[in-house]
Ligand binder design. Sequence first.
Ligand code: ATP
Length: 253
Amino acid sequence: MLKVDNLEVAYGNIKAIKGITLEVNKGEIVTLIGSNGAGKSTTLRAISGLLKPRSGSITFNGERIDGVEGHEVVKKGICHSPEGRRIFPRMTVEENLDLGAFLRNDKEEIATDLERVLTLFPRLRERIAQRAGTLSGGEQQMLAVSRALMGKPTLLMLDEPSMGLAPVLVDMIFETISAIRDQGITILLIEQNASAALEVADRAYVLESGSVKMSGSAKDLRKDDQVTKAYLDRKSTRLNTSHIPLSRMPSSA
Ligand code: ATP
């Protein structure tokens, strides 16, 4: 469904992504994990057309999308719930959700999708007329995910959906991610909570300093001693790959 091949992205002179290759197959939950600054958000920004790659290619359903404008990428079926929520605080919950659907004109389906997200997140139904800026952090996170869903994605990209949430809400967000996949939406997930991400995902890529250092099924990575040690040894739940010997890394790393 999505193929990223040898992608390079830079901010001025800073090379943030140094030749990443990854793929996401239809129906999968794939997670990108890695320490701060590894290049996870930059990868998603390049896929969603917010950043132009320096080189490499991004193919979605067989069509090149690198260099395509962000709104065109949304029309092709990729919606992005960015890091830091980015909801519109002065607008109501309903207006934020309407904005998620602004490129669509299938009114009846929009109403069905609105009903679907409000069923996924009943809290938002209760707060539908409330200004988004008055929502709690967890509710804003739910709104950001819901707004992305209102774009009717076939591929939903979530950037740290559990960030800053209380444990009970973290569990709820991960259950919802599974439920969204069960509705037929493919998911590319960035998570600081590597342990929870590996529980919910089918496959994972471990990024470090702009490169893929490791990849495999989430099940195998969860069982991998080095991976387990790498994140259990740290207070932070972010995955630290510095303990993983280079011999275990793929040759492209
Ligand atoms: P985090 O979880 O901390 O956001 P990340 O893996 O998502 O980490 P990115 O945000 O993609 O990492 O950052 C990758 C690299 O690009 C980092 O070195 C970061 O400092 C740099 N970077 C990110 N955004 C910008 C920007 N707007 N301008 C310049 N450099 C940037």
